[in-house]
Structures are given as C-alpha cells and as structure tokens.
Design a protein. Structure first.
Length: 460
C-alpha cells in the first residue's frame, strides 16, 4: 500500500521538480545568452532620446518644441522616441584577432556622451547623462566640405535622403562654408538630420572620439525609417537657386503672432532696403551698425531689432527655425513690434556661394514718465509764466540795461516754450524728439545765464 502510494505521488512530484529545474536552467541560460548578446553588441536595446528635433524626421520631434509630432493627435512609433541600437562593444581579442567589434561606418546613427554633451544639456536644463544621437558623416581620413547647402565628402556631393530638408547644411563656428576639413584618426564628424537646428560637429560639439560612442545603429539596418525619408532625385535642381518667399514668410509669421496675441507685422520697403544693405555688409565684413543702415534707408522708430541666419530657407523653414530657438521666438513674437522687412542676400565670397537672411523689425510703444518729472516741468512753466511779465514791464525803465533785459527775455521765453512742449509731450505719452533732448541738455546753460542776467539787472 505504501509503495503504491509512493509511486502515485512521489514519482510525479520528482518529475515535476526535474522538469522545473530543467526549465529554470534553460530560462536562466536563455536570459544569460540575451544579456551576453546585448553586452557584446549582438542584440539591440532601447536607447532613450533627448532633444530629438535635431534628428527629425527619423526621430520624434515634439510639437512643444516647434516640431510637427503631436502625441495627442497621432500615434508615435516607439522606434522614433526610443530607438533600438546596438551597444558598442570594444571587442574581444583572441589569438591576435578581435571579435564582436562593430566598426563605425558612414551614415550610421551613433549615441555618445562626453563633457561637451553634458555642458550643452546642462544649459538646456536636460539630463546631462542622456547624451546625443547623431549621424556619422565623416570617418577618419575623410575630407568634408560644405558648399551651397550640400555636403561634399572626398570631393563628391553625397545624397542624403534622411535630411528633413535638402540643401540645408551650412558651416558654423568650427567649420566654415567652403572650408575643407580632414577628419583625424580615431575621430568622427557627426551631424543631425534636421541640420538647421542641430547642435553637432560644426559647432561647439566638435568631433567625436571613438571611445565616446556608446551605441550604434548601422545605416543598412535603418529600414524602419526609410518611409520617413525624402526623395533626392530633384536635389540637383536646387543648386544655386533662391528659396525664400518673403510674402509667404510674412503670412506665416503673422499667423504665429496672432496665435500669441500680438498684432500682425506690416512689411516696410525701407526696412527691406535696410536689411538688404545690412546683409551685404555682414557678408563682406563691412563695419556698420544697425542704426546706421536703418538711417541710410530712411527708417526710424522707437524700438528696432534684427535677426540673421546664414543658409537657404523656405518661408516654412525660416519661421520654424525662428520659433524653435527661445531668443528669436521671443523677438519675432514681441507685441512691441509693428513693422518688418526680410530679405535673402546672395553673394559669392572668395569663390564660395553664400547667402544670409536678414530680418529687421521696428515698433512704437508709448513713453511713460514719472509724475514727479512731469510735475517739475509744470512748475517750471508756472514760474516762468509768473516771472516773464514782470520783466517785460521793465522794458520802459531807463535805469535798466535794455540789451541785457532783451537777452534775458529771449532766454526766458525760449525756456517757457520748451517747458510747455515738454509737458505736452509727456502728458500725451510721446517720446521726446532729438531736438527736444538737445534743448533740455542746453537748458542748464540757459538757466545759468538767465540767473546771471537777473542778478546783474537787479543790481542796477
């Protein structure tokens, strides 16, 4: 009986335990293999993304950062906000050979971080350890050059279907347009796909050292993104052509201003003329101030401003670029401005086709004066109105020096006229004119001279 019971209960139990041990062992082995595969860079894993506007259209660009993607209105694929990439394994050396090392190739997406990325992210109040994701455009030994909005790699213009807009690559602080750069050993030149807002190797980021790269997605494994990329067959036709439609730009900007509660801007021909002159000066290195160019074009206003950007932009690109950066967004949406002039200036500088877009703004706001300042000028008016008649009566006195009296009355009447005009302007919240400002400065000397004459005449 006991033996039968053992056979019915213990043996099945042992079988279950044995199966469980085998299953758990296989599970542990599978998990270990997966972890090892990830560690060796054989299996992709999720890489968090920060500031993906620079890698649009492949990666997500949120509407809150002036991008077109809105998670509230459309589903965003996970691979656009959390891309799958391979961990960069430094390689395993056996018998003189290196295994599991994945070299970086042209067009690869790489994630990296270093002291520079930490500093840039700190300025943007973002997680400093998140790093950047960019595209590799230059390998060690490559020669790169930016010309007329295109990238030349080893003397050949490259096709870039992943770009948000064609003809959008222009030099920055580290690399100027039409300036060839040779990538040194162990370094890479990386760019964002949304070139006009990307912080990359052209600027403060500089070249990327091989050891900074943590993750990689080879170009030939980016099929997921192909449906988001452009058709490049018409890119050649854009060479040397203008792109900015200023009237369309004004319309788009005014739509943004209305949405922000600001009045629409009115295009002014004098501002267009000034912006054109200013663009030529900036391209040729001429030294002239904004104030001088505005004056030479016959434009004046209480408040003036200017924005400039190099490169070719469509109206949509330009407004998107201006609204993306907080400083320029605040400027072009400022309700104080009422006038605008925008122009694209093209010049060939030392054999390098160059374009700069200059926008100039003007506006008027009422002046505000402290009540005590207005009261002081009103007191001056009242005092002069009391004093002048008494001195006018002295014009008949034979004992008074009539020449000095005439000079005194001229000064007092001029001061009264000035004071009345100043009070009227201040009460109407009008800005004082340049001539009024000059007269106020000269009034101190006039007051001192009047006091001298009064003392001399009273002593006679």
């Amino acid at each position: 009986m006991l033996k039968s019971l053992t056979q019915r209960i213990v043996k099945p139990l042992l079988s279950i335990i044995a199966f469980s041990v085998v299953f758990i062992s296989l599970l542990v082995a599978y998990t270990s293999i997966q972890e090892i595969s990830v560690y060796l860079g054989l299996k992709k894993l999720i890489v968090p993304v920060v500031g993906t506007g620079s890698m649009y259209p492949s990666l997500y660009w949120d509407k809150s950062e002036q991008g077109p993607d809105d998670v509230d209105k459309s589903a965003i694929e996970e691979y656009r906000s959390t891309p799958l990439m391979y961990r960069r394994f430094s390689g395993l050396k056996l018998f003189g050979k290196t295994y599991f090392y994945r070299p970086v190739e042209f067009g690869d997406l790489v994630a990296f971080k270093n002291d520079t990325t930490r500093a840039i992210l700190a300025k943007e109040n973002k997680n400093q350890e998140s790093g950047f994701i960019k595209r590799v455009i230059g390998l060690p030994g490559d020669t790169l050059e930016f010309r007329d909005g295109y990238v030349l790699r080893n003397g050949e213009r490259i096709e870039e279907p992943y770009l948000y807009h064609p003809r959008s690559t222009y030099g920055q602080e580290q690399v100027a347009d039409c300036q060839a750069i040779i990538i040194p050993p162990d370094h890479y030149f990386v760019l964002g796909d949304n070139r006009k807002i990307s912080a990359d190797s052209r600027g403060d980021l500089g070249l990327i050292v091989d050891s900074d790269i943590n993750f990689i997605l080879p170009f030939n494994e980016q099929d997921l993104y192909h449906s988001l990329w452009r058709d490049t067959s018409q890119d050649d036709q854009l060479l040397g052509t203008p792109t900015l439609d200023s009237q369309e730009f004004y319309s788009l900007l005014n739509l943004a201003r209305r949405a922000a509660g600001a009045v629409p801007l009115s295009p002014k021909s004098s501002l267009v003329a000034s912006a054109s002159l200013r663009g030529s000066q900036l391209l040729t290195g001429s030294s002239s101030t904004l104030e001088n160019t505005l004056a030479s074009a016959g434009y004046s206003n209480i408040i003036t401003g200017e924005f400039t950007t190099r490169g070719h932009y469509t109206a949509e690109e330009l407004i998107q670029n201006l609204l993306y950066f907080p400083a320029t967004a605040e400027q072009v949406l400022d309700p104080k401005y009422q006038d605008i002039g925008v122009v694209a200036v093209n010049k060939e500088i030392d054999g390098c086709p160059t374009q700069i877009i200059v926008g100039q703004l003007g506006g008027y706001v009422p002046a505000e004066y402290p009540q005590e300042v207005i009261a002081n000028w009103q007191d001056l008016v009242h005092n002069l109105e009391q004093v002048i008649p008494s001195w006018e009566q002295a014009q008949d006195y034979p004992t008074i020096d009539q020449a000095k009296l005439a000079e005194l009355l001229t000064i007092l009447r001029a001061r009264l006229s000035l004071a009345r005009a100043i009070v009227a302007s201040m009460q109407d919240n009008q800005w004082l004119t340049a001539s009024q400002q000059q007269a106020i400065t000269a009034d101190d000397d006039a007051s001192a001279r009047a006091n001298t004459l009064i003392n001399e005449l009273n002593g006679e």
